[in-house]
Ligand binder design. Sequence first.
Ligand code: ADP
Ligand code: MG
Length: 611
Amino acid sequence: MTTETIETIEDFETFADLGLSENILKALTEMGFTKPSPIQAQGIPAVMLGSDVIGQAQTGTGKTAAFGIPVLERIDVTNNAVQALILCPTRELAVQVSEEIGRLAKFQRGLKIEAIYGGDSIDRQIRSLKKGVHIVVGTPGRVMDHMQRRTLKFDEVRMMVLDEADEMLDMGFREDIESILADMPEDRQTILFSATMSKPIMSITKRFLNDPVLIKVVRNELTNVNIEQVCFEVKPQAKVEVMTRLIDMYHLKSLLVFCNTKRKVDEIVEELQLRGYASEGIHGDLRQQQRSNVMSKFKAGVTTILVATDVAARGIDVSGLDGVINYDIPLDEEYYVHRIGRTGRAGMSGKAFSLVARDEKFRLKTIENYTKVKIEKGVIPSYEDIVGVRKARFVESISASIQEGDTDLYQDVLEMLRHSGFTTEQIVAALAKQIMGVQKNEYADTNLAWEERRGGEGRREGGSDRFERRSSGGSTGGRFERGSRDGGSREGDRRGPSSDRFASRERTGSSESRAPREPRERDGEAKRTAAPEAGMTRLFLSLGRKDHIMPRDIVGAIAGEANIPGKTIGAIDIYDKFTFVDVPERDARTVLRAMDGNTIKGKAVQIDIAK
Ligand code: ADP
Ligand code: MG
């Protein structure tokens, strides 16, 4: 349990000042809650007065107790009927909320709470409900189900709570919520909590809430000094690489990665898993059961990286994270605040890293203006840095193992290897290499960030970098042995070990290796007439040396525009006024279509199949 997690803006009164009963105060002390959070300090009195209440506060600000305490204060334990109904968007939240209220009710003898949600046996729930329950915490679908079966009676409900209302609406529960609300006794009290106030929420409150009091606490996390906010200017293709470097460098062991779309979630998870990082994704397309699995693995620390969309992450209760990474910059400033609010709790400092592509720069500016915080620009850790930290950690963990003892069983391993003719130094070095998972530097440090100066060329430049795939022998993140590798379906895997990465770079003539591709007009004619390699088609481009184009401009433009991997592009011969370039036969049409009438370095180009 986290205590002191709530940032108070000013000094709020104590829980005792709020006029709570002894039982609750005792429970709060046991739970380690010393001070009400802002939403509690303002919300509890309002709800206790009996008015309808709309509470808006971010995740992790203590909304559960803000409604849970007044609910408990109003329950008559001698009446064996449901007196409060709390709706939550998901099973995890329903369980979580019922557990938290259970803790608050520890000293209220005889009080019964039941969580009801889909995926659990309805018969078991029915039996439980029959015994008499005072508070029901449920998901809208399952509550509807019970209403229709008449296994839940609401005639004596006095309080109705919509928790995380925005997420319930996002998940499509609007109709269920409306019919549940319509079925509640007229004279009940209705309380709605939400992290954001959207139009649909406003319309629900208009229809179903009676002269509500609005309590809004949104300021606190904006000024959270515990969160170290840093941005990194990264080429889009290099984001995963940079992310893993940051994870290694800062030793982030529990981490939430945010991105804007569901598809990205899946992509990132796959990339991270391929590199040996224990990561899973969570988004709206997952079934309840899958969501729960993902969440419990993350909470247990089996998965260390959770990748999520904003909507999916909103309801889940994860706090005290080492860090949050904004894989992309959110489209809404408030999302940014929500995202980074997941870290830096309980007096620990958290890291909030944002990976900013060139075209996201302005969005970051908007966020800075909104939060009034300058987001500092970070330096991407170099390959050397990463190897350095891994070495240090390796040494640390080996020393720890030795101190733990129990290594007798393994002592003859060294002897066995020595007999095979290796020196101790060689053996240790090989072990270190294997365990640390660092083998080859797949990514040139200079190829990760975009640079401010380059203006219009940028997009094309991007195309020339080969981050699309990585070979199987690459950095595995050093966490654990990679399991099955997707049947080697990625081209990167088929290409074999990373040792040929640099060789391939040469063939495609990126910036470091221009030489082999420099025009050779004198001896070139002979080559010109030679046919292209099998499977390749030779294309003619109407630009040449007089246009100051270089092989990398061409690779960049073709790879970028036709969306084919730069490394599949073959020989390039640049002449004064024109250029020949070989592309895979199957891509020739695509390249012609993509490039015709297009520009390279701002110059219009004509492209055709070479005669
Ligand atoms: P929300 O619903 O706003 O996302 P929760 O009610 O789930 O937030 O609370 C987040 C965490 O903070 C929980 O672990 C909860 O036990 C803890 N918490 C709530 N109120 C307090 C408080 N006044 N003091 C310390 N911890 C609190
Ligand atoms: Mg909540």
